[in-house]
Design a protein around this ligand. Structure first.
Ligand code: HEM
Length: 255
């Protein structure tokens, strides 16, 4: 109580204000502070921001993409946050994920992401029509500007691939080889697969089991069944395995 009385006497001494006026002004100042600070950042947001600051954004390691078409490149424009941000200069693709603040959605240079921006960079242009890798008709000065950008990118970012008109990836080649191998089996194999004579000779209807004999010789041994002409089938089955082996070898060779 004594403290309270002393406080009430001290306020006019130090501030020249009556205690009522002092507390009114103090209350108003606190209210104004909360009002103004609340207009910019809410208390929850402020906490979130601090947590985000403590964990800075670490982009995933750049992944080599090899040959990429312009259409494929456009998927790496930041619209899918799980994909890296890519950008190309003179057909060379760079992973610019580490500069998400520049090229990510809402960034000042977001329009360059997922594109070959050579012409725009050479002309220092943000026009949509210049967002192309076509550098025909540029002046020596503009080409020099582009070269400077290229050097900057080569130094700062990891090159992850190059733009191609059409995709002829090794994977496609392997697949087409594989398909070709299966589509064009040796005459012998084709006969075994298509000629159901073996089955008909036995007088049996084609069954799942018989199909298995054609594709898997081990089943014959497991069943231990004595089917006439089985030795022949076994040999032929072995041939199929060899043929299939050839297809496999072809795949490995191509890779
Ligand atoms: C008023 C004009 C401009 C100003 C004030 C400006 C400012 C800046 C600044 C401050 C940076 C960050 C540099 C750094 O930290 O490395 C930057 C980066 C960049 N600027 Fe500009 N800029 C302007 C115009 C342009 C134009 C016209 C283009 C191209 C059309 C352009 C393309 C870029 C690119 C691509 C980057 C990012 C480079 C990187 O990935 O490191 N800027 N700009």
């Amino acid at each position: 109580m004594a403290f309270y009385t002393e406080l009430l006497q001290a306020i006019p001494d130090y501030t020249g204000l009556s205690p009522a006026a002092f507390f009114t002004i103090l209350g108003l100042m606190i209210a104004v502070y909360h009002l103004v600070s609340g207009m910019f950042v809410g208390p929850d947001d402020h906490r979130k921001q601090t947590a985000a600051e403590m964990q800075p954004y670490v982009p995933p390691e750049p992944v080599q993409m090899g040959d990429v078409t312009e259409e494929e490149l456009s998927a790496y424009d930041g619209s899918d946050p799980k994909k890296p941000l890519l950008m190309a200069i003179k057909g060379q693709i760079y992973d610019v994920s580490m500069s998400r603040m520049f090229y990510g959605p809402g960034g000042p240079y977001a329009l360059f992401a997922g594109k070959d921006a050579s012409r725009a960079l050479a002309l220092m242009s943000f026009e949509r029509k210049d967002l192309t890798g076509n550098i025909e008709g540029l002046s020596p000065y503009e080409l020099e500007t582009l070269r400077d950008w290229e050097l900057k990118f080569m130094e700062k970012y990891v090159k992850v691939g190059q733009i191609v008109k059409e995709k002829t990836s090794s994977e496609d080649t392997v697949n087409s080889e594989k398909t070709r191998g299966i589509e064009e089996p040796s005459k012998e194999t084709e006969n075994i697969i298509t000629d159901s004579g073996i089955i008909h000779e036995n007088g049996e209807e084609p069954s799942k089991e018989t199909e298995n004999i054609i594709t898997d010789s081990s089943i014959i041994h497991e069943n231990g069944e004595k089917i006439e002409g089985i030795e022949e089938s076994k040999k032929e089955t072995e041939n199929i395995s060899k043929d299939l082996g050839k297809i496999d070898e072809a795949e490995v060779g191509k890779i």
